[in-house]
Design a protein around this ligand. Structure first.
Ligand SMILES: NC(=O)c1ccc[n+]([C@@H]2O[C@H](COP(=O)([O-])OP(=O)(O)OC[C@H]3O[C@@H](n4cnc5c(N)ncnc54)[C@H](OP(=O)(O)O)[C@@H]3O)[C@@H](O)[C@H]2O)c1
Length: 296
């Protein structure tokens, strides 16, 4: 009998991509897929394809054991409630165990453990990973590096002003990854045979970048000059505040710069190719494919 696979957060970008890949690329029968979301009404298209949809809301812990009953392998997509999602994600892990789930895949962040972590929300991921480790269940943790797609938020302004302000340390190296490669790796992690796995994968592309190297790459592809200006974190924060950038975004930007400077995303891994059999998309290919979005 085939295993039943559930994807939580299936109305989000990553969750929806994983379900679509399971159907269209991985050849999983719709009857073996359960798409979990806070609002199943948003998944009518998947239901029309034969996928079962179920209400899954980590903020309603009492509902989670029934939601996970009958599921063999569970992909827990980390939620977007940054900084306040740990309790819900821990409840999801506990409910998975109680419901008889046989293996968990979780979308984590790079190197999330350790005291005084520079990434302010690393504890969400470290705590969820620890709950998974402590559950005794087989797992595949996917530590997704920064999405290429994050550049949709920052790069248009950089291109417009011709200057990239950063508070990272000179020479800091970072490895990014395509959202689509994260989704494909998650679909593969859910479906490839399990042998009691307890595996952690860093999900990265094949190349590391300094900020100057990203700026030079983007500049060449987009045909726009970009110079990098390095500022002390408190100066960058104050300039961003004066420019009207919301406090949460400032905190996020500085925290990511500090995490990058600590070298926590500095390494590539072969995990995307190992899991999916495909080379990860390069940052250059991402910029090429999205030229108009960056120079609009
Ligand atoms: N590596 C990176 O650079 C990076 C960047 C951004 C985000 N992330 C992380 O990656 C995750 C997936 O990315 P994405 O692009 O799919 O983001 P997204 O489209 O913003 O999706 C947010 C996700 O959070 C889920 N969610 C929110 N509240 C929930 C709750 N109470 N219970 C269960 N699920 C809940 C949503 O599920 P439903 O709407 O279906 O309920 C949805 O799947 C994000 O949630 C975040 O943790 C990583």
């Amino acid at each position: 009998m085939s295993e039943k696979l559930m994807v939580t957060g299936a109305a989000g970008k990553l969750g929806r991509s994983v379900v679509t890949l399971l159907l269209d690329e991985f050849g999983i029968a719709p009857a073996d897929i359960v798409a979990g979301t806070r609002d199943p009404g948003k998944l009518a298209d998947l239901a029309a394809r034969g996928v079962t949809t179920r209400a899954v809301d980590f903020s309603k812990p009492d509902t989670l054991v029934p939601a996970f009953t009958g599921i063999d392998r569970l992909l827990i997509v980390s939620t977007d409630a940054i900084g306040s999602r740990l309790a819900g994600q821990q409840a999801a892990v506990a409910a998975a165990k109680a419901a008889g789930v046989k293996g968990i895949v979780y979308t984590s962040a790079p190197n999330p453990h350790g005291a005084n972590h520079p990434l302010f929300f690393a504890g969400d991921h470290a705590g969820t990973e620890t709950a998974i480790f402590d559950s005794g269940l087989p797992y595949r943790i996917l530590r997704n590096h920064w999405y290429h797609e994050n550049f949709f938020m920052s790069l248009p302004a950089v291109v417009k002003q011709g200057t990239w302000y950063t508070s990272d340390k000179l020479g800091t190296k970072v490895t990014y990854v395509a959202h689509d490669d994260c989704a494909r790796a998650a679909a593969a992690a859910l479906t490839r045979p399990w042998a009691g796995d307890k595996t952690i994968y860093d999900i990265t592309s094949d190349e590391t970048f300094t900020t100057e190297k990203v700026a030079s790459l983007a500049s060449g592809i987009l045909g726009k000059p970009i110079s990098v200006v390095r500022l002390m974190p408190e100066v960058l924060a104050s300039n961003l505040k004066a420019a009207g950038v919301p406090d949460f975004v400032i905190t996020l930007m500085l925290s990511m710069d500090a995490t990058n400077s600590a070298g926590l995303l500095a390494k590539t891994s072969g995990a995307v190719q190992e899991l999916t059999g495909r080379k990860p998309r390069s940052l250059a290919a991402f910029f090429e494919a999205n030229r108009t979005a960056f120079i609009a």
